[in-house]
Write a protein that binds this ligand. Structure first.
Ligand SMILES: *Cc1c(COP(=O)(O)O)cnc(C)c1O
Length: 406
């Protein structure tokens, strides 16, 4: 009897330890029964794609962000590609974007044959540094190499001073396309990101790790009707069914026309239904993320690390919880590896894109020392709506332990 009791106790302790060391990812989706029911409804309906859910989703995104138009895509990468095509960016044009981003922010310019240059960041915020940008623009202006488009990346769910960037765009005549993949639900000057007050277009990602998800997906917002129309054309093979647009004589009810070389970048109704259902909980998700950010602020009691800052006048969606460490790069790597081995899914956002072999091969002298310094000292802690208090406590105490035992 006694040995049965003790083996039971051992089993319980073992199960607790297994539970304690469950892997905590840096981000994950939050799917509830309503989401599942909404997707199921589409599966039982007439249209799996090109049905009513996509326009309904687009309309709700317009309503949420305050933008006049929106176009849903099968990914943010597709949306970025089509945005540049629709703005007629191509060969001999320059596109500048942050080096502290996912590769898609730069690759979209490569797709259209444009040249890419990278912008260095402000180490305090991780956003593009507008002082350095100003210097770079002055220099480029002298040799006639100004960019046609700048793609600011709303890193971690916050943004740079968009008002100032907009003033610079007027002075140096470039267009702004916002890569807001991280920033659905964020605001600047009390306006929702995506309202395009300071840009020609804004792109959001709906990948599972982002603020809301449709499985895969992306959505573009704009206030420019002609840009919206071109994006729709590129999204679906360059084909129009609008008789008012026809170049040839209308042959009959079957007639449609291809006007340019487009793609199949459509979002399906199955995905749109999930996006729509998730959108209803967007504000709740932001609230949960904000509370987690606050927990970290209050419970990371170590002068070796600090959370990166949010630009004044910006309310972040808190896609990432990035800490900067006052450590050398060896110690940084050691803390990172130890946290991972303890089941805490820290991640680095990002290894600078200009250091990727693909961009290095171009032989361009990219100059982004701040981003390189930042990448050797930062990492993202887990942050997602269903992250529990006990997990948060475990993360904080483990981090504190690792820093003490360097
Ligand atoms: C996720 C992400 C993208 C790409 O989004 P997809 O929807 O996966 O194509 C682009 N830019 C940034 C900054 C991202 O984080």
């Amino acid at each position: 009897m006694r040995s049965e009791t003790s083996s039971l106790i051992i089993l319980i302790i073992h199960l607790r330890l297994v539970k304690m060391s469950e892997f905590i990812p840096y981000g994950r989706q939050d799917i509830d029964e309503n989401d599942i029911a909404e997707v199921e409804k589409v599966l039982r309906s007439e249209y799996l794609t090109s049905g009513p859910k996509v326009p309904e989703f687009e309309q709700k995104i317009c309503h949420y962000t305050g933008a006049r138009h929106s176009v849903a895509f099968n990914s943010a990468t597709s949306a970025l590609h089509v945005a540049l095509l629709s703005l007629q960016v191509g060969k001999n044009d320059w596109v500048w974007t942050s080096t502290n981003t996912f590769v898609a922010s730069a690759n979209c310019a490569e797709y259209v044959g444009a040249n890419v240059d990278f912008l260095d960041i402000d180490i305090q915020t991780g956003q593009i540094c507008l002082d350095l940008l100003e210097v770079k623009l002055k220099k480029a202006s002298k040799c006639n190499l100004l960019p046609k488009v700048i793609i600011p990346v709303h890193f971690g769910g916050a943004c740079c001073d968009m008002e100032r960037l907009h003033r610079m765009s007027l002075e140096y005549s470039f267009m702004i396309v916002e890569d807001a993949s991280h920033a659905l639900g964020a605001s600047f000057n009390n306006d929702k990101v995506g309202n395009c007050k300071y840009s020609v277009a804004t792109i959001f990602s709906l990948h599972p790790v982002k603020i809301i998800t449709s499985g895969e997906g992306g959505i573009l917002t704009t206030n420019i009707k002609s840009l919206h129309d071109r994006c729709c054309l590129y999204r679906s093979h360059g084909i129009t069914r609008d008789s008012g647009e026809f170049v040839n004589e209308n042959q009959g009810l079957w007639h449609y026309e291809q006007h340019l070389l487009g793609f199949n970048y459509r979002l399906s109704d199955i995905h749109a239904a999930l996006g729509l259902s998730q959108l209803r909980r967007l504000d709740k998700f932001i609230k949960d993320r904000t509370a987690i950010r606050q927990f970290y602020e209050e419970n990371l009691n170590c002068n070796l690390i600090s959370l990166i800052q949010v630009t004044p006048n910006c309310e972040s969606s808190h896609h990432l919880a990035v800490v900067s460490c006052n450590l050398d790069s060896e110690q940084h790597k050691q803390v990172f590896e130890r946290l991972r081995s303890q089941g805490i899914g820290v991640q680095l956002h990002y290894e600078p894109v200009h250091l990727q072999p693909y961009y290095q091969r171009k032989g361009i002298d990219y100059n982004c020392p701040n981003a390189e310094y930042y990448a050797q000292r930062s990492f993202s802690l887990p942050i997602f709506p269903s992250l529990s208090q006990s997990s948060l406590q475990r993360i904080c105490s483990q981090l504190e332990y690792e820093l003490k035992n360097l």
